[in-house]
Design a protein around this ligand. Structure first.
Ligand code: 5GP
Length: 207
């Protein structure tokens, strides 16, 4: 039986290490493919077009919406972000588990369109650890850190809409737990409908 890829959504507050978890999954296992989003925000130093994002003008982004080229899109802090449809479809058909590292509004839109998508929320062990991680990066001002923490308060309201919450305490353990969780989900009856139907039909020979 050819295995179809899962659609995975990974979200989490800024500073929970979701990006690192995703990079580790891609490095360690070959069953994953990461979707590169389109965005209207400006590239940060070191970011490359087509690798970190597809950087688009507002007009180009609107055009993608009109052409139905995005699976979902959302506005986040004044910029648009969206998931290109073609890549997601191609990779899932090829059997890859496709990771979307997106924020909450987009995650919920994905769940509406694809009820079999798996939504994972990466959380810090507690509030003070989140604060310490954001401060420890040393890249943001106190004001930005405060904004991100208050955004975490808002976002935490939606955590229970996700299928699973993974606590990032020890990175290696967290990566393993996430990988095993995803692999087990392939066997859920919700995601085995095609197999179940085919087997049921096959079994009719014994009626
Ligand atoms: P940043 O500007 O820091 O790269 O991303 C800001 C937020 O947008 C992050 O929470 C990130 O996960 C989210 N994001 C990135 N790409 C997409 C996308 O295609 N769709 C949605 N809905 N959110 C995205």
């Amino acid at each position: 039986m050819k295995r179809k890829g899962l659609l995975l959504v990974i979200s989490g507050f800024a500073g929970t290490g979701k990006g690192t978890i995703v990079q580790e999954l891609l490095k360690k296992y070959d069953n994953y493919a990461l979707s590169v989003s389109a965005t209207t925000r400006d590239p940060r130093p070191g970011e490359e077009n087509g690798i970190h994002y597809f950087f688009k003008s507002r007009e180009e982004f609107q055009q993608m919406i009109r052409e139905n080229a995005l699976v979902e899109y959302a506005e986040y802090v004044g910029n648009f972000y969206g998931t290109p449809r073609a890549y997601v479809q191609e990779q899932m058909d090829a059997g890859k588990d496709v990771i979307l590292e997106i924020e909450i509004q987009g995650a919920l839109k994905i769940k509406e369109q694809f009820p079999e998508a798996l939504l994972i929320f990466v959380a810090p062990p507690d509030a003070r650890t989140l604060e310490a991680r954001l401060t420890g990066r040393g890249t943001e001002t106190a004001e930005v850190i405060k904004k991100r923490l208050s955004r975490a308060v808002e976002e935490s309201e939606f955590m229970s809409r996700y299928d699973y919450v993974i606590v990032n305490d020890d990175l290696d353990i967290c990566v393993e737990q996430t990988h095993h969780l995803i692999q087990s989900e392939h066997f859920s009856t919700l995601r085995s409908r095609e197999f179940i139907e085919t087997l049921q039909k096959d079994l009719k020979i014994f009626e």
